[in-house]
Write a protein that binds this ligand. Structure first.
Ligand SMILES: NC(=O)c1ccc[n+]([C@@H]2O[C@H](COP(=O)([O-])OP(=O)(O)OC[C@H]3O[C@@H](n4cnc5c(N)ncnc54)[C@H](OP(=O)(O)O)[C@@H]3O)[C@@H](O)[C@H]2O)c1
Length: 288
């Protein structure tokens, strides 16, 4: 498995990342997914405080509680800033965003507890918050970094102006913007979102890289996949991996065999014309 700096001053992550959003499973099943990922060289795990109705960090943390030695073999990403009504959060009555200093610090410290770890490798603001005060975010990030609780910071689902604005107030680089990129959502490759990250020397993290299992085009591209001796899912990941911004796909499967399959996508060297043909099939038209 390839390992790369997501940013020159940021952490080294496995090129394919395991996302735990859908891992609301029994602790033994999660332990197996963690182990399979690690066996395949997928050492980076993408969490959020809210995944599994605020349960998934805790379920994952159970494995780290039982096997603390695993912590040094992995990198942990988590997110904060979304709140929604839930039995676990009785004081929240409306879905909203909270990027106040107080909440960012509380959420990061809570993630540390849930995950049974002393540090988070990368903390992301999950969604752009219309009430985001960049000075407060800067204070929260600085405090967490200075205390060694969070080592790196980034954002998710931010537009270019939102990214620039926040970066302007921070003493440290935003090392990524985690955005939706796949053959079903190619816009970030054309609307400047990915170009901004390249300019900042930050690599994108691509969420739902297989469109949550809803990619089309498999029938049209069946022969191409056969020629590469790959599955259509592997070809679709190889399509993302070819981009020069060094996209880190965040896969979401709950099946160990599909984690193994995804890890092999890195061995596929996609031809440039095949890349454009896949784009044509996905968008229904040739480039201009
Ligand atoms: N930042 C954000 O706002 C945001 C938003 C959404 C997601 N995320 C992150 O991105 C991660 C991935 O999202 P995602 O789960 O939508 O990603 P995905 O990899 O595009 O989709 C995974 C889904 O596709 C299904 N699937 C069907 N065929 C598959 C195949 N051949 N190989 C693999 N999966 C197949 C999986 O089912 P099986 O489980 O049955 O394999 C699973 O339900 C999440 O876990 C989370 O960490 C972030």
């Amino acid at each position: 498995m390839q390992r790369l700096h997501i940013h020159p001053q940021g952490p080294i992550f496995s090129r394919i990342i395991s996302g735990v959003w859908r891992w609301r499973l029994a602790p033994e099943a999660v332990e197996r997914l963690i182990q399979t990922s690690l066996d395949e060289g997928i050492t980076t795990f993408d969490h959020a405080d809210i995944y599994g109705d605020h349960s998934n960090e805790e379920i994952f943390g159970e494995t780290l509680r039982k096997q603390p030695a695993l912590r040094n073999k992995m990198e942990l990403v988590t997110k904060c800033g979304i709140k929604f009504p839930s039995d676990k959060r009785p004081k929240t009555w409306v879905k909203h965003y909270d990027t106040s200093k107080e909440h960012i610090i509380w959420s990061a410290e809570n993630s540390l507890k849930m995950l049974h770890t002393d540090r988070i490798d990368l903390l992301l603001i999950h969604r752009p918050d219309p009430l985001l005060n960049p000075q407060e975010v800067a204070e929260a990030f600085s405090q967490l970094k200075q205390q060694g609780k969070v080592l790196n910071f980034g954002v998710s689902n931010f537009t270019r102006p939102q990214f620039y604005m926040l970066q302007n107030f921070l003493p440290m680089p935003l090392v990524t913007n985690q955005i939706e990129i796949s053959l079903a959502r190619v816009e970030p490759l054309f609307n400047g979102d990915v170009d901004l990250l390249m300019e900042q020397q930050a690599s994108p993290m691509a969420w739902s890289p297989l469109a949550g299992g809803n990619l089309t085009g498999e029938r049209e591209l069946f022969h191409k996949a056969t020629r590469y001796q790959a599955s259509y899912s592997q070809l679709s990941l190889a399509w993302l991996l070819k981009h020069p911004s060094n996209i880190f796909p965040v896969i979401g499967t709950t099946k160990p065999e599909r984690i193994k399959e995804a890890a092999q996508a890195l061995t596929i060297k996609l031809d440039r014309q095949d890349w454009f043909e896949m784009l044509r099939v996905a968008t229904g038209k040739d480039v201009a």
